[in-house]
Design a protein around this ligand. Sequence first.
Ligand SMILES: [Zn+2]
Length: 290
Amino acid sequence: MSDLRQRFFIEDSPIRGEIVHLEEALQTILAKREYMPAVQSLLGEMLSATALLASTLKIQGRISLQIQATGTFKWAMAECNHLGEVRALADYEEDPRFAEGTDSRTVLASLTNPVLFINIEPEHGERYQGIVPLDQPTLAGCLIQYYDLSAQIPTHIVLATNSQRSGGLLIQLLPRNEEEQEFVDEDLWPRLTMLTETLKPEELTDLSANEILYRLYNEEEVRLPEAEQLKFGCTCSRERCANALIQIGVAAVHESLEIQNPIQMDCQCCNTRYEFTAEEALGLFGEHLS
Ligand SMILES: [Zn+2]
């Protein structure tokens, strides 16, 4: 049951949903660095959230959640692409609060000047960035509020992480036309969101998608397409490193080359090293070594 995304439909209703479980990918990410317990929890939740949100997009590309702050906690990101590849990373200074508990709320409550971005980057086409107010105690709460206010798609999300795995569940009320509206059970959405809230964190992380769906919605007819595999995967590439060099500018590249030649760029997510010789780095700007 590890590392799967299961879509589901409530029959004869405009409600669809997703359940995700991440275990191997989460372990791979947590093994790269020694994260403090509350940070592990936040990364697990961000990872499940991006895997859920990615399923709501119909694009080839990736979606990421990114937290930025100015206190001891600096930033965190989690990303999922259309192939079901996920990655996540965080940077912070030691803070005793992050070791006290294993609850992501501890980190969220500690943030100074926090901003949460949702980035959607299609392979072809325009990028989108939304800003999610971080004014709820939980990440799920912030995302629910964002979907209700900004995206105007009634959405309910629950997230949970333990030291082994992270889980997430999303349900959405899809837009209907007038004709469809006539046949809709108006109580269904409030009923299902209330039921969803009764799911305990340990049930979300430990039960299979089938068990969760039965536990919550056994009075409804639930249809399940085949589950999708999720896995750890890094989207770093030589091309992205080259773009990063172009962004910092030719003067900064000259400076870097004085300190280090070839320039070495290590991906912090997967530890891959990319090297650019002076000729290659300056070639990006049309400069040649004389
Ligand atoms: Zn990488």
